[in-house]
Design a protein around this ligand. Structure first.
Ligand code: NDP
Length: 290
């Protein structure tokens, strides 16, 4: 039976550390680390994510500053807000909740955020820094996955074969970069990969970030593998709405050595790492000012 990698427990540990750091930061500088969260429109899932992020920030002793903008907000208005947050000394981290409404240019907004305050780690400067192994703000979801992997396998992942299923800019690619940095041999599988299942079967560490409910079955998994399920999919089963991952948990659990559940796995880690990034950004910004 596989070890269940409990994201609730591990994220609580991360948030405890953040709360301790935030208290020390307040002591050192007389202000709380500030996280600005920008939400455009009323997408129900985004509203839930933003509410959770604000709640965790407040609980961790951060100053959360919420900006809710109407769905018909123009690019110019959003740019002006981001520009103001970039120079606001009370703001150390800026998060623009994605996806934005279709008329807004996401790439341009991400690039408009100051890289020092880019707590999502999506700015090209941070993406580039990660890919060449320099200090950067690391995207929250893959950062959270690495913490979970470390809890199971320890700090030394040298020589492990990691297979990442999915190559998105926000999960798959940074995940692969982090695993490579940790001395894994990394294979990235995507929708054009020939026989992805055969590659996944070779993985010591298998990360699923596909967005396809329960696609990864037992026959994708090497016995004894560590399986990290990033997927969040809402399905209807027996007339009820249910949240499932990209991994078929019930089928894979007997094969894997360790596995993350959905919900209660990677999701809480993502939010905890957002708080961690805000602290990192705040510390770096303040030390730059000295
Ligand atoms: P994207 O849709 O951006 O990327 C999905 C990736 O999966 C693509 O690279 C795609 O390949 C690949 N893919 C699709 N079908 C297959 C297939 N049959 N075989 C192999 N690869 C395939 O998704 P995201 O990376 O944004 O998110 C992935 C999942 O993670 C979603 O369920 C999302 O909700 C969840 N998520 C969870 C988070 C959390 O905090 N837990 C945070 C972010 C995302 P190609 O590039 O060729 O199209």
């Amino acid at each position: 039976m596989a070890t269940r990698i409990d994201g609730k427990v591990i994220s609580a540990q991360v948030l405890d550390e953040v709360a301790t750091d935030a208290a020390a930061f307040l002591e050192d500088y007389g202000i709380k680390p500030g996280l600005a969260v920008v939400l455009v429109g009323e997408d129900p899932a985004s509203q839930v994510y933003v509410r959770n992020k604000i709640a965790r920030a407040t609980e961790s002793g951060l100053n959360s500053i919420e900006h809710r903008l109407p769905i018909d907000t123009t690019q110019e208005t959003l740019n002006q807000l981001v520009a103001a947050l970039n120079v606001d000394p009370a703001v150390h981290g800026i998060l623009v909740q994605l996806p934005l409404p279709a008329h807004l240019d996401e790439e341009q907004i991400i690039a408009a955020i100051s890289p020092e305050k880019d707590v999502d780690g999506f700015h090209p400067v941070n993406v580039g820094a990660l890919s060449v192994g320099k200090e950067s703000l690391v995207p929250c979801t893959p950062q959270g996955c690495m913490i979970m992997i470390g809890k199971v396998l320890g700090d030394d992942l040298s020589g492990k074969h990691a297979v990442v299923v999915g190559r998105s800019n926000i999960v798959g690619k940074p995940m692969a970069a982090l695993l490579l940095q940790a001395n894994c041999t990394v294979t990235v599988v995507h929708s054009r990969t020939n026989n992805p299942q055969a590659l996944a079967q070779q993985a010591d560490i298998l990360v699923a970030a596909v967005g396809r409910p329960e696609m990864i079955g037992a026959d994708w998994v090497k016995p004894g593998a560590t399986v990290i399920d990033v997927g969040i999919n809402v399905i209807e089963r027996n007339g009820q709405r249910k949240l499932v991952g990209d991994v078929d948990y019930a089928a894979v659990e007997p094969v894997a050595a360790a596995i993350t559940p959905v919900p209660g796995g990677v999701g809480p880690m993502t939010i905890a790492c957002l708080m961690k990034n805000t602290l990192t950004a705040a510390r770096r910004l303040m030390s730059d000012e000295l």
